[in-house]
Design a protein around this ligand. Structure first.
Ligand code: SF4
Length: 383
């Protein structure tokens, strides 16, 4: 089975109010040593036996902040150390970091897919969310990327930003569709303790405009509107948060949903070899120090039990709209875990009777009109 490579760049220019990722704002002179450390980690891993690499994804954070020459060195190291000629090489970019010159350099170093963090086309929403870019930056960035030859572009929107209204959401969708990116991601705002906006929404306050977050029903409506509009424009809805024009589904992210192996490099990057998961140290300075001392940055090694593997089959597989085939799951897990399997069968039947799950032959999937409550379905199924 081919291997996916993920490279984490945990640096941003500012911290968006809704962000719950482990990223930080650091001075630019930390970027070079970090890239150097990533190259060393890749070169060392390439010395061990490994499968062929078919996808590379450089995410973050804001990896487009790195000097294009450093990004080029990372890809060169990958090609050399893993003899990799990946089919899909993605770079996440924030609109305000894109210029014609940078776009041409990215294409020249081997990136053939850009994931542009557009989030919204309404300046008021972008400003309230603490984003650096505005609508005009998105338009300028897409033009520069297309002119540089990027033929595989992902753009995303967030449903639920403060000050978002039905008309502003319609406008963001219309603008996005008119650009016609090959791939679209729509995320629903997550309210949790992990972000400043989430904490304010839970505990009160007015600094981050949490009082202007649309209510849950409105956010669910936004998602439904996006589903209908994207379907009418020829996009295939293939994962809860992801749509693609025919032939442009994300190969790399597909590995996560199909539980295929991937290796992560960089601070906080996760890896999975089919049996075990692990993550690198989160703190970028500690990560660089580990690599410079020649020690492994990996920690949190977790061997998966049979029951965890079984639950993951459902948890990640049901994110795909095509759903999962129960026949191989029964074959692989029922002999070892008869009680858990029986419990799952019972719960699936119950969720089916309530209309949350649909069945066709041996396949099951989340009902397309219940995707906005997928988290509740997963809790009921797997608790
Ligand atoms: S750019 Fe992305 S990773 Fe960085 S703070 Fe904003 S949402 Fe978080």
């Amino acid at each position: 089975m081919s291997l996916g490579i993920y490279i984490q760049v945990p640096f941003c220019q500012t911290k968006c109010t809704y962000c719950n990722f482990h990223t930080g704002v650091v001075s630019r002179d930390r970027h070079g040593p970090y890239s150097e450390a990533v190259c060393r980690e890749i070169a060392k891993a390439g010395e061990s036996p490994h499968a062929s690499v078919d996808t590379v994804y450089v995410g973050g954070g804001t990896p487009s902040l790195l000097d294009p020459a450093d990004l080029g060195k990372i890809l060169d190291t990958l090609r050399r150390s893993f003899r990799a000629e990946p089919l899909e090489t993605t770079l996440e970019a924030d609109p305000e970091t894109v210029s014609s010159e940078r776009a041409a350099l990215w294409v020249g170093t081997g990136f053939n897919r850009i994931s542009l963090g557009s989030q919204s086309f309404a300046d008021r929403e972008l400003q309230a969310a603490g984003r650096r870019h505005r609508r005009a930056d998105i338009l300028g960035a897409t033009e520069a990327l297309r002119a540089a030859g990027i033929g595989n572009l992902n753009m995303d929107l967030i449903a639920g930003l403060p000050y978002q209204t039905p008309p502003s959401w319609d406008k963001s969708i219309e603008e996005l569709v008119s650009i016609r990116p090959e791939h679209v991601s729509i995320y629903m705002l997550e309210i949790d303790e992990g972000s400043r906006l989430g904490r304010e929404a839970l505990a009160g306050g007015s600094r981050y405009s949490a009082q202007a977050i649309p209510d849950d029903d409105t956010i669910a409506d936004f998602y439904e509107i996006a589903r209908q509009r994207l379907a009418a424009s020829g996009y295939e809805h293939y994962e809860i948060s992801n749509w693609a024009l025919p032939g442009y589904r994300s190969r790399h992210n597909g590995k996560y949903w199909r539980r295929e192996p991937y290796l992560g490099f960089g601070a906080g990057a996760h890896s999975f070899d089919g049996m075990m998961r692990w993550a690198n140290v989160h703190d970028p300075a500690r990560y660089v120090a580990c690599i410079e001392q020649g020690s492994s940055p990996g920690e949190q090694f977790e061997g998966l039990t049979a029951i965890q593997m079984l639950d993951e089959e459902f948890f990640v597989g049901l994110r795909l709209l095509e759903g999962i085939d129960l026949a191989p799951i029964e074959r692989d897990f029922a002999p070892e875990l008869p009680r858990r399997m029986a419990q799952l069968r019972e719960r699936i039947a119950h969720l089916e009777s309530l209309g949350f799950i649909e069945r066709e032959g041996t396949r099951i999937r989340l009902a397309p009109d219940r995707l906005t409550v997928s988290n509740e379905v997963f809790i009921q199924l797997l608790a």
